[in-house]
Each structure stands twice: as structure tokens, then as C-alpha cells.
Design a protein around this ligand. Structure first.
Ligand code: AMP
Length: 251
């Protein structure tokens, strides 16, 4: 039996009934094998796994992106069941933002570069919703993908800054056979764009410099937001039509 809980008070009450450790996997739904690897890891390490599905409006700077974000509830539910998830927290906007987003968690350094440049306010929305989710779910461990490495780093920093009693576990990026990092947004690519998309990973791994990778992607027809080498990793964001793709690799 899997529980589906919609309000924070229901979720908190359910949490109190659980015995043993709790692993938490926060998502925006439209689940794929990348999300599944987070659930599997959580199931290996924890007595209970809680998944959340919430397409968080405050982290979308582009209203069209929010409107077009894929929703696949039935398939998500099946994936959660298959992986032994105990409960899905599936709140509505009003549940999560009784304050109407008057209170925010803002980081003023690392959130202002890379994706923070092209998506103003994005990480304020991410950190705020993750803080709320942590307060509601009270997990012992929370699982985040390296696919969103900047997000993962900022969340680790928030946990330290606010003395939160949980451990953040990074999970490696799951890729398609052709190297494309799995993402809920990949289904929005046309067949032609989908054929080009693996060039992001190829450019990141095969180019000598970030500049060379950026030029290669532009040649292939991407609109490149950035390719940047930082702290031993190479980060990229590039758009194909309306779809913005991000990726990063260790260098
Ligand atoms: P999202 O639903 O896109 O907000 O992602 C929810 C969680 O899944 C985040 O921690 C992501 O970093 C992680 N995730 C998304 N795509 C992948 C992937 N391809 N491999 C590993 N983790 C991923």
C-alpha cells in the first residue's frame, strides 16, 4: 500500500507513524530512470522512502516552461509502487505557500552564477521549496541528482547554513545510450532536436576547453547560454528551440 498525502499536516502525521530511517526523494514528477535511481539508492540505505511530486511554480522564471512541464501521474505512481516507496507527498500550491511566497531562502553567491544568470530567482524558488519540504518530511537522508550539480551544491550549503539534521546524498547522472542526460524536458524535443541533443554531453567530454565546447554546440545549432569550467567540473546550458538543456561532467 502506498499513501498519497496532499497536505503538510497529513504528511507530518504520517511521518510520525514511521519506524526507522526515512530517505526522501523530492521531484517535479514526469519520472524517468534518473529519478528511479534516486529512489533505488534511498531504498538501499533507508527503512522508508518518501517521494514528493510538486511542480514548484516559484522556481520557474519562464511561464511557458511551467505551463508545458510534462505531467504523468499514473506512470509516476506505478514507478513509486515498483520501488517500494511508502508515501508520495503531492501538495497543491496553496498547501506549500500559505505565506504566498513572502518568505524566501536566498543564497547570495553561488546561486548568482551559471544557471542563476539566465534564470533569475530560480534558486530562491528551489531553496525555499526544498526547505519547506525538509520541514514537512523530516528525512534522515535526502537524495539529489548530480545532473543538477549547482542545485545539489546549493542545497548542501543550505543544510550547513541552517544546521539542518539530515544528510544530502548525491546520485550520479543517468544518461540515455547516446549520452543525453535524462530529463523530464527531453520529451518536449522534436525528433530533429532529439537527434542533436547528445552533442551537449559529447561537447562537454570531448572538447579541450569550455570555449571549444561552446563553439561546437553553436555550430550544431544550439543557442548556448554558457559552458564554464569551475571547481573541477564543466557545466553547460544550451537551448534547442524552446527547450533548455543542462548538463555537467567532471574534468
Ligand atoms: P526534477 O524532477 O527534474 O526536479 O528532479 C528531481 C531530482 O532528480 C533532482 O535531484 C534531480 O537532480 C534528479 N535527476 C533528474 N534527472 C536526473 C538524471 N538524469 N540522473 C540523476 N538524477 C536526476
Amino acid at each position: 500500500m502506498i499513501e498519497v498525502l496532499r497536505s503538510p499536516s497529513e504528511m507530518k502525521n504520517f511521518r510520525k507513524t514511521l519506524k526507522g530511517s526515512v530517505g526522501f526523494v523530492p521531484t517535479m514528477g514526469a519520472l524517468h530512470a534518473g529519478h528511479e535511481s534516486l529512489m533505488k539508492r534511498a531504498a538501499q540505505e533507508c527503512d522508508n522512502v518518501i517521494l514528493s511530486i510538486f511542480v514548484n511554480p516559484t522556481q520557474f522564471n519562464d511561464p511557458k516552461d511551467l505551463e508545458k512541464y510534462p505531467k504523468t501521474w499514473e506512470a509516476d505512481l506505478e514507478m513509486a509502487k515498483r520501488n517500494g516507496v511508502k508515501a508520495i507527498f503531492f501538495p497543491r500550491y496553496e498547501d506549500m505557500y500559505p505565506d504566498n511566497y513572502k518568505y524566501k531562502v536566498i543564497e547570495n553567491d553561488f546561486s548568482k552564477i551559471l544557471d542563476g544568470v539566465d534564470r533569475p530567482g530560480h534558486f530562491d524558488g528551489v531553496l525555499t521549496v526544498v526547505m519547506k519540504l525538509f520541514q514537512i518530511v523530516s528525512p534522515d537522508k535526502a537524495y539529489f541528482g548530480e545532473k543538477d550539480f549547482q542545485q545539489l551544491t546549493l542545497i548542501k550549503g543550505m543544510v550547513e547554513a541552517y544546521f539542518l539534521d539530515l544528510k544530502i546524498i548525491p546520485v550520479p547522472t543517468m544518461r540515455e545510450q547516446d549520452g543525453l542526460a535524462m530529463s523530464s524536458r527531453n520529451v518536449r524535443l522534436t525528433a530533429e532536436q532529439r537527434a542533436l541533443a547528445p552533442w551537449i554531453y559529447k561537447a562537454l567530454t570531448q572538447s579541450k576547453t569550455a570555449q571549444e565546447a561552446a563553439s561546437l554546440l553553436s555550430e550544431k545549432g544550439f543557442n548556448v547560454d554558457y559552458v564554464t569550467d569551475l571547481q573541477g567540473r564543466r557545466f553547460a546550458a544550451a537551448r534547442l528551440g524552446e527547450v533548455r538543456l543542462i548538463d555537467n561532467v567532471q574534468i
